[in-house]
Design a protein around this ligand. Structure first.
Ligand code: 8ID
Ligand code: ZN
Ligand code: ZN
Length: 352
């Protein structure tokens, strides 16, 4: 079992708990599939959902989870391109209308009618979950379901974020929150895409993990502070000391969202991906203008990004540093996540 310290103070203990129980299996609609979820990654988004961190309410009661890897066990009569027994994944975008102008241009995460797994519809922290067939990830048969699960949100999201950053092979990208679930994947996608990853996170254990995953450098935000921090990131990022060409903000804290424009290279891009509760961005207008900075958001990925991200995994270009726990231990995983103690990703086995 996971080792959780029961003596922790009331301040660090999560104020809300999940419940683990038997629920009925849903029937797939005509355009849906039912997936026997074997493994599901635990994303910080699932904890945000439980804590009510964001301005949109969740379905209640809610089954969380959106990195579910499993096997198709039933399908609606309109589903022709997935067969029973196929490996498939349920991701954050459970479904979209496929008809609005965003869907028509493959910007389906922006669909006003998007269905979100583990948020507006039940997700993958259960053994059987439904999703719209059009949005189900096609997982290649040779992929291990536990190892591939985190690609379904963390992998897709950082791969898309790197593309949105505009960074080109040979350039430097700062990965902020590099020791976490998204960050661990970002280091590897960056490397596979020919970029130098400058990892930023806190503590020696995360530093070692980032180095093992192929980061070109590690800056520890707990020991490098103030002006030193800005100088250290710039120095780590490029031999000329002018800073990284792009920054991927994956941390679950507001402060790094204020710091990024201080060290990003002129004409560089700051890509916001992490979603800390109630956070705001700030940047000096003067610097943004005269250094021609770009500040943008990036939100999961579309179906094509999904298949590309999975293909990096299939080819062995990225691997997921993960630990496994039983679904019944989810609360303990959330507790570790809240304390920032998870290096890489936890994947829950839905049968335990
Ligand atoms: O589509 C999207 N935009 C999307 C998709 C998936 C997830 C956004 N997210 C969001 C999640 O909701 C969450 O807010 O990305 C964020 C990161 O998710 P995660 O990777 O699943 O979280 P994690 O594993 O807890 O990792 C967070 C890391 O940030 C570090 C922590 O040490 C941890 O390793 N961190 C913190 I907290 N403060 C930091 C700081 N000041 C920091 N790293 C660097 N500097
Ligand atoms: Zn996620
Ligand atoms: Zn739409």
């Amino acid at each position: 079992r996971l080792r959780i310290d029961d003596s922790r103070s009331i301040l660090t203990r999560l104020p809300i708990a999940v419940s683990y129980k038997k629920i009925p299996v849903q029937k797939p609609g005509p355009d849906e599939v039912l997936i026997n979820v074997k493994y599901s990654g635990v994303c910080h988004t699932d904890l945000h959902a439980m804590m009510g961190d964001w301005p949109i309410p969740t379905k209640m009661p809610l089954v969380g989870g959106h990195e579910g890897a499993g096997v198709v066990v039933a399908k609606g009569e309109l589903v022709t391109d997935l067969e029973l027994g196929d490996k498939a994944g349920i991701k954050w975008l459970n479904g979209s209308c496929l008809a609005c102008s965003f869907c028509m241009q493959a910007d389906e995460p922006l669909c006003p009618k998007a269905l979100l797994s583990g948020y507006t519809v039940d997700g993958t922290f259960q053994q059987y979950a439904v999703a719209k067939a059009a949005h189900v990830a096609r997982i290649p048969a040779e992929c291990d379901l536990a190892a591939v699960a985190p690609v379904l949100c963390a992998g897709i999201t950082v791969y898309k974020g790197l593309k949105e950053s505009g960074a080109r092979p040979g350039q430097h990208v700062a990965i902020v929150g590099a020791g976490g679930g998204l960050g661990s994947m970002a280091i590897q996608y960056a490397r596979a895409m020919g970029l130098h990853a400058v990892a930023i996170d806190g503590g020696a254990e995360k530093g070692e993990s980032c180095a093992a995953l192929g980061a070109a450098a590690y800056v520890d935000y707990t020991t490098s502070v103030g002006d030193d921090f800005v100088r250290d990131v710039r120095k780590a990022a490029a031999p000329d000391g002018l800073g990284p060409h792009a920054v991927l903000l994956l941390a679950v804290a507001e402060k790094p969202f204020h710091q990024a424009t201080q060290y990003v290279r002129s004409r560089g891009a700051v890509v916001c991906i992490g979603l800390p509760a109630g956070a705001h961005l700030s940047a000096p207008v003067f610097d943004t203008v005269v250094r021609m900075l770009t500040i943008k958001g990036s939100y999961v990925g579309n179906r094509q990004d999904t298949q590309e991200a999975l293909d990096f995994f299939r080819r062995g270009l990225v691997k997921v540093p993960f630990k496994t726990a039983g679904l019944s231990e989810l609360q303990d995983v959330y507790q570790l996540m809240r304390e920032g103690k998870i290096v890489g990703r936890y994947v829950v086995d839905t049968s335990k």
